[in-house]
Design a protein around this ligand. Structure first.
Ligand code: ADP
Length: 489
């Protein structure tokens, strides 16, 4: 009989350790952010439970690391088949617990699955190197080995893709893992574990421990400091990334960090404005602006400023139906994830308004829809003293800043502690090359608002993080080089 029952929200609400569903005496609730409906209670695990998960992963590593890359690829392909077969159910879970519109949830499943597909193949391309020796009697060989047990800490904004983007390369490399999903979206992670079980991923190779925000610190600290964990991969805020970086220093752990951004989106006067507006819509409003690569500061050259702002306003007004994404399929703009985010976005917008920003559209909460809805907003008359000039907004707010010259645009764009993504629109090929090279970011969209693809390296510079995910480089985060010198030949 098939292990997997119909994949729905109520099915998998326990943690998954060593191939089994595990209770805990304490639980925490999960809510639908669109309507505050109580979805489930899941285990609030503490350090003892996580210790058990780490030891299970350690034991599983003994065998998993000895499988061939081809065998691991086959196991990942089995998981992929389950993920593909449960696309709709996974999307529904994500919409329920994260509030993202159904079409975006389905899009995320496709994106998330692409990592499993990609790394199931990359497993077999973890090549070593035979280096020409400087000495006749020696051969110098370098091979890639799996790191060991890895701790994967993930955020709520892409509840599925941020997990597969880490788990797939980790497993492909021969690592085993302990996943700690965000407290707002643990049900997606548990559904992924159910499908991993169904795909017969061996016990202990993939573990999911759920914990509340209260326990996140101690659980995170244990993962970063346990001598049995070899590496940490984290996606989330720069603030938490810094805490984990500091914990990891104690054991000199391998660390991969995908942190916050403050993406500039520059529109030069020679750009195709219609394409720029389409790019802006995608780069700003996907997931209601809650993406680390979301456009955060729109820098518009003065000649086209008014026209661009007007076109963006028209596009927003005609495009969005905001509301309860879980009840109404037509809603394509959802709520923010929780009240803390609503307050943060609102305080940034109100700060700007109080300092003289002009509200072209929106400008506040939409309480008639629920407690977590924020209106799509356009602000102009922005000055450097406003929070929105420097802070990552993480909401549906387009902050529009006027500039005169290319030099000025780069100066403003690069005036940030973070450097994840940057976008610009131009029809001048020389300008495209110049600006692309000068932007201090890890990823650049040129005449394009959607840039994340499995095949390309995702990651940032400055305080946006360390390492790269996706692409062939994604494997490097989970492997280490061993050099072997054959002598006296
Ligand atoms: P956000 O602000 O977007 O919620 P966070 O960085 O706070 O992003 O959260 C991302 C992930 O980090 C979540 O899984 C969360 O539970 C976890 N987390 C939060 N605080 C800590 C911490 N002190 N140590 C380890 N993990 C943490």
């Amino acid at each position: 009989m098939k292990y997997l029952q119909k994949l729905c929200l109520s099915t998998y609400t326990q943690a998954y350790i060593n191939g089994e569903w595990v209770h805990s005496s304490k639980k925490f609730p999960v809510y639908n952010p669109a309507n505050d409906e109580h979805l489930a209670d899941v285990p609030d695990m503490g350090v003892e439970d996580v210790q058990y998960a780490i030891m299970s992963a350690k034991e599983a590593f003994e065998q998993w690391s000895q499988t061939t890359p081809k065998e691991r690829g086959i196991v990942l392909k089995r998981w992929l088949k389950e993920l593909e077969g449960n696309k709709q159910a996974l999307a529904e879970i994500m919409t329920q617990e994260s509030g993202k519109p159904p079409t975006e949830s389905l899009g995320e499943v496709v994106y998330a699955n692409s990592f499993v597909d990609w790394f199931s193949e990359e497993a077999r391309r973890t090549y070593g190197e035979l280096v020409p020796s400087p000495v006749k009697s020696k051969e110098l060989l370098m091979v890639r080995e799996p790191l060991g047990v890895v701790g994967l800490i993930t955020p709520w904004n892409f509840p599925m893709a941020m997990i597969t983007r880490k788990v797939a390369p980790a497993l492909a490399a021969g690592c085993t893992c302990v996943i700690k999903p965000a407290e707002d979206t643990p049900l997606t992670a548990l559904a992924l574990a159910a499908l991993a079980h169904e795909a017969q991923i061996p016990k202990g190779v993939l573990n999911v421990v759920t914990s509340s925000r209260t326990n996140a610190n101690s659980v995170g600290k244990l993962l970063c400091t346990s001598p049995h964990v070899a590496g940490i991969s984290f996606t989330g805020s720069t603030q938490v990334g810094k805490i984990l970086y500091s914990h990891c220093s104690q054991g000199i752990k391998r660390l991969s960090l995908e942190l916050g951004g403050n993406a500039p989106f520059i529109v030069y006067s020679n750009a195709n404005l219609q394409k720029a507006v389409s790019g802006a819509m995608a780069a700003k409003f996907r997931n209601c602006g809650q993406a680390c690569v979301a456009a955060n500061r729109f820098l518009i050259q003065e000649q086209v400023f008014d026209q661009f702002v007007e076109m963006l306003k028209v596009e927003i007004t005609k495009s969005f139906i905001q509301g309860d994404t879980s009840k109404n399929d037509k809603c394509n703009l959802g709520p923010l994830i929780n009240l803390a985010q609503v307050e943060k976005v609102d305080s940034i917008v109100q700060d700007a308004i109080s300092k003289g920003a002009k509200v072209i559209l929106g400008g506040g909460k939409v309480t008639k829809l629920g407690s977590k809805f924020f209106a799509p907003t356009i602000l102009t008359n922005i000055t450097p003293d406003m929070l929105c000039y420097t802070e990552e907004v993480f909401g549906p707010v387009a902050v529009c800043i006027k500039f005169k010259t290319e030099e000025e645009s780069l100066c403003v764009a690069n005036n940030s502690n973070t450097g994840l993504a940057g976008y610009f629109f131009t029809n001048d090929i020389s300008q495209a090359w110049r600006v692309g090279k000068k932007l201090q970011v890890g990823m650049v969209g040129i005449n394009e608002g959607i840039i994340s693809h499995t095949e390309a390296a995702f990651g940032g510079v400055k305080e946006s993080g360390l390492g790269r995910e996706g692409s062939r480089h994604g494997m490097e985060e989970f492997t280490q080089i061993k050099y072997m010198c054959f002598g006296n030949l």
